[in-house]
Write a protein that binds this ligand. Structure first.
Ligand code: RIB
Length: 304
């Protein structure tokens, strides 16, 4: 079955330093390795979906600088349709400064640059890309109005819309109502349900509140613990996979990309969550964002 997905989102170049621990406020520490790695939540998800077997059109915006040129070349090498990537001169392509600690945890600061120039009118200009798509997937590293335009077009064409609400932000009701599947982590779910603090016991409540808004499939991702899933027919945890973490950067992106690919191929939702968790777990065993996304063959054969 043909699995056509449209991914709308950010394209970044990640400047990564390996550090013994994440520096505290005001602290300078000595790192070890430095790497320049392809990243950006949108691009990571586009690459993960492609490697998991989907035909992906990526709608994004880069600058005409060396980072932007290199990024588009990388996406083409992965087999992604880049005909809907806008080039915006006069700014820089998206950049992320990332510290990766010895335990695999990270801290990330993003300078969006060209990502902030992906506008609602661009999505309308690229509306033809939605034709024949089984799924549309977006995140929040581009302007909210642009995500809303994508959701609007997906709805008008009857295409399911997956939102990975990362980085965490409040979402207007008009957008929430158009989401078919939402995939926040617990912190993002707390923001969406107006909680400043939360305990683990509140995860089912948060899922219930998002479901009540009209989102038919709610998946709260809880790292290696698993995913709390709520649909009309199922509510509960789908356990995750424990691995030796090298770098957790983009684990959520790999989950979303693999999930979209599996669902577009008609996989049943609980199985798709399991497939996506396998992909995310494999990515955690590898360094970097896009280089860590596994192929469908690796996902199917990896021994946990
Ligand atoms: O989710 C990980 C990504 O967040 C990194 O690749 C970085 O570019 C930021 O967008």
């Amino acid at each position: 079955m043909k699995k056509k997905i449209v991914v709308i989102g950010s394209s970044n170049t990640d400047m990564v330093v390996k550090v013994p621990h994440i520096p505290a406020r005001g602290e300078t520490i000595m790192g070890t390795d430095f790497m320049t790695i392809a990243g950006g939540k949108g691009a990571n998800q586009a690459v993960a979906a492609t490697r998991a077997g989907a035909d992906v059109t990526f709608i994004a915006c880069v600058s005409d600088d060396a980072f932007g040129v290199q990024s588009v070349e990388n996406y083409q090498n992965d087999g992604i349709d880049t005909s809907c990537i806008k080039v915006q001169p006069g700014t820089h392509s998206g950049i992320a400064l990332i510290n990766v600690a010895a335990d695999g945890e990270n801290s990330i600061a993003v300078a969006p640059g060209a990502n902030a120039h992906l506008l609602p009118e661009d999505i309308r200009r690229f509306e033809h890309a939605f034709e024949g798509a089984q799924l549309v997937l977006a995140q929040l590293e581009i302007p909210m109005a642009t995500v809303e335009a994508a959701a609007e077009i997906a709805r008008s064409k009857g295409i399911p819309f997956i939102l990975n609400p990362a980085p965490g932000a409040e979402i207007p009701n008009g957008l929430l109502e158009k989401i078919t599947i939402i995939t926040p982590n617990e912190t993002e779910a707390a923001i969406l349900t107006s909680r400043k603090k939360f305990t683990e016991n509140e995860i089912p409540l948060m899922a219930g509140e998002l479901y009540k808004v009209g989102i038919k499939t709610v998946m709260i991702t809880l790292g290696s613990k698993g995913v709390y899933l709520k649909t009309e027919d199922f509510e509960g945890m789908i356990p995750g996979y424990k691995v030796q973490a090298v770098d957790t950067t983009a684990a959520g992106d790999v989950f979303n990309g693999a999930l979209a690919s599996a669902l577009a191929g008609g996989m049943e939702v609980q199985k798709a969550v399991d497939f996506a968790q396998k992909a995310a777990a494999i990515s955690v065993t590898r360094m970097g964002a896009q280089p860590s996304a596994p192929t469908i063959n690796e996902i199917d054969t990896y021994k946990f």
